[in-house]
Design a binder for this molecule. Sequence first.
Ligand SMILES: C[S@@+](CC[C@H](N)C(=O)[O-])C[C@H]1O[C@@H](n2cnc3c(N)ncnc32)[C@H](O)[C@@H]1O
Length: 283
Amino acid sequence: MLARLVTDRQESTRYSVEDVLDAVIWGEALQVLRKLPDEIVDMVFIDPPYFLQLPKKRLLRWKAKTLVEGVDDDWDKFESFEDYDRFITAILREVRRVMKATATIWVIGTYHNIHRVGKIMQDLGFWILNDVIWVKTNPMPNWLNVRFTNAVETLIWAVKDKGVKRYTFNAEVARRFSRGKLALSVWELPICAGKERLKDDNGEKLHPTQKPRALLERVILVSTKEGDLVLDPMAGTGTTGVVAKSLNRHFVMIERQKEYVEASLERLKKETSQVALQLGEQE
Ligand SMILES: C[S@@+](CC[C@H](N)C(=O)[O-])C[C@H]1O[C@@H](n2cnc3c(N)ncnc32)[C@H](O)[C@@H]1O
């Protein structure tokens, strides 16, 4: 089935699986999630706002004194930690409802948010299977030279509750991403750059936090089977759906920014036929 756009409207009260299968839904994550049936998805990937809380003043690079760019988009702004926690809690509660009993969930974040997200997940009853550390082989330097260059992101991988035993873990695939014989919880991969990185009309990054396809390839290959349904409720440029489709999985993506929805649809047309599997095996 071809990927398609669904524009969420207030008056649409419920969606069936058929309504949203392989669709990019333009809308508010919480509002859309509330309209989805119970227990329909096999895997969830969430790359939520980080709540970076950048200072209002413009930061200059150490030595070079050029301007430091960060994620200063409105979608990353919240009033307070409490406000952020409320947002994440509401999303995760609905996501848990739409997960099948055997489904797993991945949430990615940095030190800014991932510890809060982990606590919220445990409080909601999720059972954490792993925290996978993505080591970035080409991280953004700490331009101010005032602390370590942050070179990792954490992916929390969990099931709905402690009793879930029959989830998908493709151990053989996981081992291929590791050094040696064990399927280690450390993945070394570059950040999204070069031709893969989407640009706007001015040649600037279209999205500040586009994830590399190779990261999603690992996530999807390790934790799903062909034909499974993968949900990404804050999909950005649609990396999750692009990789899911390339690997013969189904997807549902939700995103509230029109320009990212359009970029996702374009990618789904262009990239899924050309994505050669870059399993990114570690040396
Ligand atoms: C960290 S980015 C995801 C990037 C994505 N993984 C990619 O590879 O492009 C988070 C996305 O969530 C979207 N977002 C934030 N709040 C949202 C909400 N309430 N409903 C839907 N989308 C939301 C933002 O517009 C942003 O594109």
